[in-house]
Design a protein around this ligand. Structure first.
Ligand SMILES: [Ca+2]
Length: 367
């Protein structure tokens, strides 16, 4: 297994700094809406008319879906509140298995999925915190089943809100996980807490020897509630992050870097912290899952009810797709044959479900 870069071990600085506010004027970043691709339907009111949307339906009737991934060619979806792993067979779904001990509530429950070979990695909330487990998936498409769980890491900070939950393998073969601040903002700056961090683990859950902080799974810190991670072709890591009241963020993640929460939200211009490469207001964004394909970052937005597209070559700009057409969007994923699928999220208690919600959608070719 090769690792793309080596960083000398160092400790997270423990010095605390006084909170400061961010000026909206300082933080102004242009967001270019591409009118051609943007429907004129209203956003944010649950008034979406999915039958008239611009994407193609793959399946409907999902209950609080959170993550979509692929086992070979078979789509697998997590159901946040029931703890079920679903497989898509044609346009219908069946239950592959139920993750035992999932405690759902608020933003917690069965969250991120990721596949490595024939193993399924699962991030979920248990009574004693968030955890990552892995399962073998047995059988053939249409009759898949889960093996016994193996714990990769457990006891991660959890709370009703800000539970993080996205997991993905990087190009270095390591497992990355986003952990929210679990409602205690200061913990994002605390080197001894795993809250408000992006973690980097071996596939077995060990600490890679070239992690930025000695004997720590922490890869980056100062995060509030990141829920999307992806890598561009040159290995650059991007992460989406929910802000509090002012700015949601798209960050380029560097090992050992501090992303500012709770001292700074959005672009702060403070040398102690790494600023986002782009920011949006929560009502136009609230970003969860992201994907990168053909030089474009796709960002699924909940409250903003749209999909942002951001060029890797110029991540300070964005355009948008699906605005107001399908309600809240939770995840976006590239299929093994190169389609882009989007997972809606209107049935989790915060949206206004339309008939057929929640659904998996396929973006038109060339979107
Ligand atoms: Ca930040």
């Amino acid at each position: 297994m090769t690792v793309s870069r080596r960083v000398p071990p160092r400790r997270v600085p423990s010095r605390r700094v006084a909170p400061k506010t961010v000026s909206r004027a300082v933080a102004a970043v242009s967001v270019t809406a591409l009118a051609v691709l943007t429907a004129c339907s209203p956003v944010g009111s649950g008034s979406h008319e999915p039958d008239e949307g611009s994407a193609d339906p793959i399946t409907t009737g999902l209950d609080a879906p959170w993550s979509i991934t692929f086992l070979d060619d078979t789509p697998l979806i997590s159901a946040r509140d029931t703890g079920q792993i679903l497989e898509l067979t044609g346009d219908s779904t069946r239950v592959v298995g139920t993750v035992e001990g999932v405690e759902a509530g608020g933003e917690s429950g069965l969250l991120g999925l990721e596949v490595d070979g024939d193993e399924l990695y699962v991030y979920s909330t248990a009574h004693d915190g968030n955890r990552i487990q892995r399962f073998t998936v047995d059988g053939q498409p249409g009759s898949l089943s889960l093996g016994e769980p193996e714990t990769v890491i457990d006891g991660l900070p959890s709370a009703v809100y800000h539970s993080g939950g996205r997991i993905a393998f990087g190009p270095d073969g390591m497992l990355y996980a986003t952990v929210g601040d679990a409602g205690i903002p200061e913990d994002a700056q605390n080197p001894d807490s795993l809250a408000g961090k992006i973690l980097r683990l071996t596939p077995e859950g060990g600490i890679p020897e070239d992690n930025p902080f000695e004997d720590s799974p922490v890869y980056s810190y100062g995060h509030r509630n990141p829920q999307g991670i992806a890598w561009s072709e040159d290995g650059t890591m991007f992460a989406s992050e929910f802000g509090a009241d002012t700015w949601d963020e798209l960050n380029v993640i560097e090992p050992g870097a501090n992303y500012g929460w709770p001292d700074v939200e959005g672009i702060g211009g403070d040398d102690r912290f790494v600023d986002p490469v782009q920011q949006w207001t929560p009502d136009e964004s609230s970003p969860s899952g992201i994907e990168i394909a053909d030089g474009t970052i796709y960002i699924a937005n909940l409250r903003g009810e749209r999909l942002f597209t951001v060029p890797v070559a110029d991540p300070t700009t964005s355009e948008e797709l699906l605005s107001g057409e399908y309600g809240r969007l939770r995840d976006v994923a590239r299929t093994p044959d190169g389609q882009l699928w989007v997972l809606t999220n209107n049935t989790d208690g915060r949206g206004s479900p339309a008939d057929g919600d929640d659904r998996v959608l396929r973006l038109p070719d060339g979107a």
